[in-house]
Design a protein around this ligand. Structure first.
Ligand code: IPD
Ligand code: CA
Ligand code: CA
Length: 252
């Protein structure tokens, strides 16, 4: 199946998953915490993941899945075709704001990003695309944003890392036009695609960055560990993505 046909299939699944979220969201949410008080999971996260996993397993039984919830959060390696799923990215926003969250899927082959999908459910905007396909918001093709330098725009940052000044990131914020914090990695990637921010620094798991990295790379952005090393798709990693110019400047 070509990338383009696969993308059309996944788009249908994600729009359906968005309808599922909006249906379930009308009822009582069941919220519980995982590793800490602010690390939440809801019945909606779990049901969306089950829905997407069932679609993939039904059609592509040979493929591997790395997904945030329900014991699917590690893989021995990235060989073959791997689907990375974050059923609700920004669960805290989902619980407290009922917006500013996204459903995300990344499709990788032997560790190379092929397709990315970030669905801002409440705004009805699905950002998707991949290598050679271009990047779209629903059916509208997007233009690549300007390759701005590190001082010439806004940075998205992780609140905790910024407060603790990890890797001296406050200096990046202070010498730029300022910092922003949305609380959903997916929406931070959308901001970069839209040219609203020039970069993003956070502490992310593979399902947080895999979909967005496919998309921003199509527009010439660079992404890596904050140490400059390659993304490892295994556990949490300090992460940076930025326009090529901003990335080169801050990583010097
Ligand atoms: C979280 C969000 C948040 C980021 C965290 C992620 P979740 O995802 O993307 O913006 O700072 O690192 O874990 O847990 O709501 O899917
Ligand atoms: Ca999640
Ligand atoms: Ca997430």
């Amino acid at each position: 199946m070509t990338s383009s046909l696969l993308a059309q299939k996944v788009k249908i699944w994600i729009y359906e998953a968005g309808e599922l979220v909006q249906e379930l969201e009308k009822g009582q949410l069941q919220v519980s915490s995982k590793s800490s008080r602010s690390d939440l999971v809801t019945n909606v996260d779990q049901e969306v993941q089950r829905f997407l996993v069932a679609k993939i397993e039904n059609e592509f039984s040979e493929d591997k899945i790395l997904a945030e919830e329900d014991g699917k959060s590690s893989l021995a390696d990235m060989s073959g075709r791997v689907w990375l799923i974050d059923p609700i990215d920004g669960t805290i926003n989902f619980v407290f704001q009922r917006e500013n969250f996204a459903i995300m899927i990344g499709v990788y082959e032997d560790g190379i990003g092929k397709l990315g999908f970030i669905y801002d459910v409440m705004r009805g905007e699905l950002y998707w695309g991949g290598a050679g396909l271009g990047i779209f918001c629903n059916e509208k093709k997007l233009e690549s944003p300007k390759n701005l330098g590190a001082k010439d725009g806004l940075w998205s940052v992780n609140a905790g890392m910024y407060a603790q000044n990890i890797n001296n990131i406050q200096a990046i914020g202070e010498s730029s036009m300022g910092v922003r914090m949305i609380g959903s990695a997916g929406l931070e990637f959308i901001s970069m695609l839209r040219g609203k921010t020039i970069g993003y620094i956070s502490n992310l798991c593979p399902w947080d960055y895999a979909p967005g990295v496919v998309l921003i790379k199509e527009f010439g952005f660079k992404a890596s560990g904050l140490d400059g090393l390659a993304l490892v798709f295994d556990g949490q990693q300090r992460f940076i993505a930025a326009t090529a110019q901003a990335y080169n400047e801050v990583m010097k």
